[in-house]
Ligand binder design. Structure first.
Ligand code: HEC
Length: 153
């Protein structure tokens, strides 16, 4: 019997469907690596690059005002530990040791943009999750520059 050239068609259709479904799955997984607020989960190298870029034109004095504007200091209170958030005193030195893969600047950037990525022992993930999108790059850089000052509080 002569082979009908159409018997191959279902196989081709199945293959095409398989590829389409696989690509769709990969797309969904790629989107899944974004956090709920739309900020991507960044690798160690990306965090460092972002932090370095943000610091290029940063001004720590503006940052000092911004931590008040953005109500950071309502949780991060100076002096007595209020139990809500760690005080900013000593943050620069501490940041260099929180995650040995991350520079102090990269750690501070991650702490603000993706607060849940690393939780300071004894505290819960109470920090607003949307600073990464609410703050401009300039503001983010200014705040990081301020927190890198040994006298930040
Ligand atoms: C609603 C309270 C709250 C507000 C507002 C808040 N934070 Fe936090 N923050 C926390 C808590 C709780 C932690 C500790 C848990 C964690 O690691 O996320 C924290 C951790 C941090 C850390 C890491 C501290 C360390 O010792 O390692 C940094 C840096 C930080 N916040 C910066 C900021 C900045 C900058 C702002 C304002 C733009 C801000 N936070 C606003 C509650 C807050």
């Amino acid at each position: 019997m002569k082979k009908n050239p159409l018997t191959g068609a279902p196989v081709v259709v199945a293959l095409v469907l398989f590829v389409v479904v696989t690509v769709a799955f990969m797309a969904v997984f790629a989107l899944g690596s974004q956090t709920a607020n739309g900020v991507e989960t960044l690798s160690v190298a990306e965090l460092k690059d972002r932090a370095d870029a943000l610091l290029v034109d940063a001004d720590p004095e503006r940052g000092a005002a911004l931590v008040v504007t953005y109500a950071c200091t309502s949780c991060h209170r100076e002096g007595a530990a209020n139990g809500i958030a760690p005080a900013f005193e000593g943050i620069a030195a501490r940041s260099a040791e929180r995650d040995l893969q991350l520079s102090a600047a990269a750690y501070i950037y991650q702490s603000i943009a993706q607060p849940g990525a690393f939780l300071v022992e004894g505290y819960v993930n109470a920090m607003p999750q949307n600073y990464g999108t609410r703050m401009t790059d300039q503001e983010m850089g200014d705040v990081i520059a301020y927190l890198l000052q040994p006298d930040a509080r």
